[in-house]
Design a protein around this ligand. Structure first.
Ligand SMILES: Nc1ncnc2c1ncn2[C@@H]1O[C@H](COP(=O)(O)OP(=O)(O)O)[C@@H](O)[C@H]1O
Ligand SMILES: [Mg+2]
Length: 243
């Protein structure tokens, strides 16, 4: 379980988080919805200890993250797969080498098993014959799939998705959404997804947290969102006619 309690964070005068609370339960997908520049990516980075909050508590599997040593953070990060905004692949390496590198750096897999792992992960995201291809020759959607393969090659318990469908056309986005749902089912992962795409949010989410001006103005199910009298909540679903 992941638990954020009363998280506060400022960058200079920029107060990004003004007391955030969130719980993510085993095998659930929680979607954080909010405007660009609000502090969603920072939130994900805090969960794996890349950025420290000014105050508040972050607990992952009963352990406090904010006070972890470097070694403890390394161990914590073994549990996480992170799909970064823009996939973040190394352009000078092939697709296969990108995934291999992650396995060498962040897992205990031996050389012999690594090749097998690369294949396994690429199969899971429905990519074939791309191992020796350079990322620059792939479409945006395929790059995301490679980023996803790299994350799941490490058999994470938790997946953090930062804007997994942003910049993709609807069809490609739906392909990624299907994958996110499949990984939840087949691997039993627990996920946090950050997005400003309400359509995708509703396809993949079990629960939703709407982030506005440094706080969650609503945390709940799709029904809770639909039934909310708050105009600030309703404006997020105005674009979403029916699902
Ligand atoms: N390392 C950092 N140092 C200073 N400011 C930062 C840093 N990371 C993010 N910010 C600022 O925090 C705010 C929230 O950023 P971010 O979490 O990336 O927003 P988003 O909701 O779009 O993901 C932005 O104003 C951004 O400029
Ligand atoms: Mg972001």
């Amino acid at each position: 379980m992941i638990q954020l309690t009363n998280i506060r964070k400022k960058f200079g005068d920029n107060e990004v988080h003004k007391g955030i609370n969130l719980e993510v339960h085993p095998n659930e997908t929680v979607v954080i919805i909010g405007k660009s520049g609000g502090g969603k990516s920072v939130m994900l980075k805090m969960i794996i200890g890349l950025i420290k909050p000014d105050s508040g508590s972050i607990v992952v599997d009963d352990k406090e993250v904010t006070t972890m040593t470097y070694k403890q953070l390394q161990r914590l990060r073994f549990k996480f797969g992170f799909l970064f905004q823009g996939a973040a692949l190394f352009d000078s390496m092939t697709v296969g080498e990108n995934i291999e590198l992650a396995l060498r750096r962040h897992s205990d897999y031996k050389d012999g098993d690594i090749r097998e792992r690369v294949q396994y992960a690429l199969n899971l995201v429905n990519l074939e014959n791309v191992e020796s291809v350079m990322p620059s020759s792939l479409s945006g959607g395929m790059k995301k799939r490679v980023g996803l393969a790299r994350a799941i090659a490490l058999t994470p318990k938790y997946m953090l998705y930062d804007e997994p469908t942003t910049g993709l056309d609807v069809e490609t986005a739906d392909g990624i959404n299907l994958l996110i749902n499949e990984l939840k089912k087949t691997l039993g992962v627990t996920s946090i997804v950050v997005t400003h795409d309400i359509h995708s949010a509703f396809v993949i989410g079990d629960r939703f947290a709407i982030f506005e001006n440094g706080k969650f103005i609503l945390t709940g199910t799709k029904e809770d969102i639909r039934n909310s009298p708050d105009d600030n909540v309703q404006k997020y679903i105005e674009s979403e006619i029916q699902t």
